[in-house]
Design a protein around this ligand. Structure first.
Ligand SMILES: *Cc1c(COP(=O)(O)O)cnc(C)c1O
Length: 466
């Protein structure tokens, strides 16, 4: 303990260090606040190590301390939002930013940032315009809906729809569809916020039309279906179809809403995926209001799209919440561009990054992985064994949870360190590489690695292992 006190007193003084670093700070134009925080954090880290750990390396010279300070300054000067290489194989990875936008969409995004636009200005009349008009017709065209509205995300789309249609009244939903999706979005909680009361009917595994019908009362405002995106109830099950619910709604003059979650415009069963109703099909089934995310299967920017009957959508549009949930110019710019690609159902499969990744055949992914191996194997083969393995990727975003896409990965097994250490180190590379650990190996799934990222990925790993 005595030793420790002595060591603690030997820790450098922040102000003295800053004075010594002054030429460096000036030369690199480091904000003083950042330099100070870097020095404080470095000294503090060592202090806590001294107090809590048995073996601590104490820098022996000012030069050694300065190196520590400089690397922490570099860390703090780096932008917090960083590009990463997604080697998880999860295409719509919510934690890694969900969908990627194609180049022509990125150009439209930077235009919207760099220039003034007609965001809310009607160029024909010279009067104020509506920002939503920029995408509404396109959405209606593509889905067959009478009207459309876009808000910040699908959670907001559900909230504003329920608030408009069912505030202080009752919403009937099947017990098997009371979902919680990631990030603590729970249908019952959103209902509460909207001021609607939830009436759960049926059993977890089975709900019948008569369950809905019996629950209808004077206070009923809405019949709701929710896509059980991220789980499946299997076995002895039954849910009421959209069509049945629409017929019931018509009988009692009640609107029917469906939260589709990751709504798709494309029939993904042609890539061998399990059939899921497209937004167009749900519109056709007569559902009055449909909500879905713009950045899940649609492959656009974060947004929540509401489509449906004109009479209902116009009520939602005039809800004051709409002002609070409105999308910004970047969302509009990129959403319009992504939506327009859907006019050509074949071309969109190549242009849309999300659809492209989901539909990439295993042979293409295998070739990508092999390209990586050819460039790296001879250079890092001694420090780490690299093997091409067949694996299973996921769509992600709560879509088709139980469905695996056949894919190819490179499996890494380091010779001198642990797999968990490797996984951690890869996260701190200049461009962090996010893989997944499976059976004591680190996997990089090449479904979600872009062709353009391969040279960089190779160089990073070659440097790391050299
Ligand atoms: C993803 C999802 C949401 C939330 O959508 P966000 O765009 O993430 O807000 C709501 N409901 C369902 C069924 C979903 O799958």
């Amino acid at each position: 303990m005595k030793d420790k006190n002595k060591l603690l007193r030997m820790l450098p003084k922040v102000d003295e260090c800053l004075t010594r670093l002054e030429p460096f700070i000036q030369e690199h134009e480091i904000p003083l606040r950042i330099a100070k925080r870097a020095v404080q954090q470095s000294v503090e880290q060592l202090r806590s190590q001294l107090l809590n750990e048995a073996q601590v390396h104490i820098p022996e010279s000012q030069t050694e301390w300065d190196e520590i300070f400089k690397s922490r300054i570099a860390l703090l000067m780096d932008l917090n939002l960083k590009r990463v290489i997604n080697g998880t194989g999860i295409v719509v990875h919510t934690n890694l930013g969900r969908s990627l936008l194609p180049d022509h969409t990125i150009r439209q995004l930077s235009m919207a940032g760099a220039c003034y636009t007609n965001l809310e200005f009607n160029l024909e009349t010279g009067k104020r315009g509506s920002r939503y008009s920029l995408v509404e017709d396109i959405i209606c065209d593509l889905t067959g809906a009478e009207a459309a509205l876009v808000v910040n995300n699908n959670a907001a789309a559900v909230l504003i729809s329920l608030d408009t249609l069912a505030r202080d009244r009752e919403v009937i939903i099947s017990r098997g569809q009371l979902v919680e999706i990631g990030g603590s979005f729970r249908i019952p909680d959103v209902m509460k916020k909207s001021g609607a009361t939830l009436v759960e009917v049926g059993a977890t595994n089975r709900t019948h039309l008569y369950d809905f019908e019996r629950a209808i009362s004077e206070s009923t405002a809405l019949l709701l279906r929710v896509h059980t995106s991220n789980f499946r109830i299997i076995g002895y099950t039954s849910q009421v179809s959209g069509e049945e619910l629409v017929r019931l709604g018509n009988k009692y003059d009640l609107p029917v809403m469906e939260d589709l979650g990751s709504g798709s415009f494309t029939d993904l069963s042609k890539f061998g995926l399990p059939p899921e109703p497209t937004v167009q099909e749900v519109v056709k089934s007569g559902i009055d209001v449909i909500t879905f995310s713009g950045d899940k299967l649609l492959g656009g920017p974060q947004s929540g799209i509401i489509v449906g009957k004109e009479k209902i959508i116009s009520r939602i549009k005039s809800n004051p919440l709409n002002r609070a949930l409105r999308i910004d110019k970047f969302t509009l710019a990129s959403l319009e561009s992504v939506l327009r690609d859907y006019y050509d159902p074949d071309a969109v499969l190549k242009k849309n990054q999300t659809l492209r990744m989901i539909s990439d055949p295993p042979e293409i992914i295998k070739k990508r992985a092999q390209r990586f191996l050819r460039r790296t194997r001879s250079l890092i083969g001694d420090s780490c064994s690299l093997n091409l393995v067949s694996t299973t990727s996921r769509v992600g975003g709560g879509a088709l949870p139980e469905y695996g896409l056949t894919s190819w990965a490179v499996e890494l097994q380091p010779a001198t360190t642990t797999v968990s250490r490797l996984e951690k180190d890869f996260r701190t590379l200049p461009v962090p590489v996010i893989g997944r650990i499976e059976n004591e190996r680190l996997l990089i799934d090449f479904r979600t690695v872009l062709d353009s990222e391969i040279p960089e990925l190779c160089n990073e790993l070659i440097t790391y292992f050299s």
